[in-house]
Design a protein around this ligand. Structure first.
Ligand code: LIP
Length: 275
């Protein structure tokens, strides 16, 4: 094994320990979701919440990550970002799916990726309620609870189940929703999971045939994207689409290009018809 592979193995083990520890804390706090929601503060908009659970989970992740590797840099959603002196940067979403968490709806996860010189080499996404851990290293493949993952093999875009999501700013949501009247009739159905990291892993696990979302932050997708691509999926990053946004598209490789073309076509139709 090369030193980078050794390092990636070390980093994915640290990320797994940190994600499971922080996940246990979130599972413990989940029953208090109504109080946490009442005490939450708003970030970019009234719907973009940060709760004590986000903050405490981030502290729990950092305790383990910096305990093991104190010289590393941190890029984290809830304000713990800091420079480092090593080649490693951790990209952390301590509670991905905060809205799901405070509503007690659907899924949420701890998402931790590690970059070496700006390349993501390790990623872990842990869903504490489903007790599910997705993990991957660059070139080392992806696993779900230690088992190899297999993406779906959809026969066509028309029979594909596609996931997506919407941002916290209402004008961005209008931009993102513009394509739906044209997209929905052209695919099997749409799913809005509310947790980007699990949506990415869902494509890698064959639970979705494709996923796309505009305006994601690095911590929303860094780990999940590595899991999906190491499981065998393809991905594209569409710059200035829609509008000045950037859209991440992940899909089983058979339908990736046709999904990208369909998204662009639907957006153009929507603009033309003034949506
Ligand atoms: C969320 C993502 C979701 C997206 C939301 C938000 P958060 O992350 O997981 O896919 O639609 O706008 O970005 O805020 O729960 O960490």
């Amino acid at each position: 094994m090369s030193t980078t592979e050794d390092l990636a193995t070390e980093l994915v083990e640290i990320a797994t320990t940190a994600a499971i520890q922080a996940g246990a804390l979130l599972a413990e706090m989940a029953p208090r979701r109504l109080d946490l929601r009442a005490m939450a503060s708003a970030k970019s908009s009234i719907t973009d919440l940060v709760t004590a659970a986000d903050i405490d989970s981030e502290a729990a992740v950092l305790e383990i990550v910096l305990g093991a590797r104190p010289d590393d840099a941190i890029m984290a959603e809830e304000g713990s970002s800091r420079p480092g002196t090593s080649s490693v940067t951790w990209v952390i979403d301590p509670l991905d799916g905060t809205t799901n968490f405070v509503y007690g709806y659907g899924e949420f996860a701890v998402s931790i990726a590690a970059k070496v010189d700006d390349v993501v080499v390790a990623g872990v996404v842990h869903n504490p309620i489903a007790k599910e851990t997705f993990a991957a290293t660059l070139g080392g493949g992806a696993t779900r609870n230690g088992q190899a993952m297999t993406p779906s093999d959809p026969s066509s875009l028309a029979s594909s189940l596609v996931g997506t999501g919407f941002g916290y700013l209402s004008e961005a949501r209008a931009d993102q929703a513009r394509i739906l009247p044209y997209l929905v009739p052209a695919i099997r159905d749409i799913r809005r999971g509310g947790c980007a990291s699990l949506d990415c892993c869902g494509v890698g696990a064959g639970r979705l045939d494709g996923y796309f979302e505009a305006g994601l932050k690095p911590w929303d997708f860094a780990a999940g994207l590595l899991v999906a691509t190491e499981a065998g999926c393809g991905s594209r990053s569409l710059e200035n689409f829609p509008g000045r946004s950037t859209t991440l598209v992940i899909a089983s490789s058979d339908i990736l290009d046709s999904l990208v073309n369909l998204l662009i076509e639907c957006d153009a139709k929507g603009r033309l018809e003034g949506h």
